[in-house]
Design a protein around this ligand. Structure first.
Ligand SMILES: [Zn+2]
Length: 161
């Protein structure tokens, strides 16, 4: 078994992609609209980590409002746009009522990725925009949580809306 790896876990909605009313905003071509500074920040920060994952609650799948293939297609599109920073991704399709282990603030997605990829969670980082993200990282034992607005320096970025 190789040495434990450091991972950067990144939330999707409100962190990598713009959302409105909890839905990913898409452009005329149907592609997600990325948040400001995402490209430059990931280019700079990604080399500091061995692995990088999108970790996202997607309760609209359980509600039948979007398919998991459609969500994964958006993740894959973003990965291509950003030059391939992501090792992979995990989504939770459930709602609070399902009481699953994967929906943030529960730690299941982080724990599964750590097990599959040999991640040292205590040496890893989660970037997110909600308290659910922060609490999930803490529950999983992820060593560092960074608010998306700080990670991507949105205070310095011109608003696009
Ligand atoms: Zn779940």
């Amino acid at each position: 078994m190789s040495a434990p790896k450091r991972a950067l876990f990144v939330d999707w909605g409100g962190t990598l992609a713009r959302t409105r009313d909890n839905r990913t905003v898409v452009d005329a071509a149907g592609h997600p609209v990325l948040m400001p500074n995402v490209t430059a920040t990931l280019r700079r920060e990604r080399p500091r980590y061995d692995l990088c994952f999108i970790v996202s609650n997607q309760a609209r799948i359980s509600k039948g409002e979007i398919s998991d293939a459609e969500v994964i297609g958006r993740f894959a599109w973003a990965n291509g746009q950003l030059g391939g920073p992501f090792t992979g991704w995990r989504l939770c399709p459930h709602t609070d009522a399902d009481a699953c282990d994967c929906r943030k603030p529960r730690p299941g997605m982080f724990l599964e990725l750590a097990r599959l990829h040999g991640v040292d969670l205590s040496a890893s980082t989660h970037v997110g925009d909600s308290e659910k993200d922060r609490d999930a990282a803490a529950a999983a034992g992820v060593g560092t949580f960074v608010w998306a607005r700080d990670f991507f320096a949105w205070a310095d970025a011109p608003s696009r809306e």
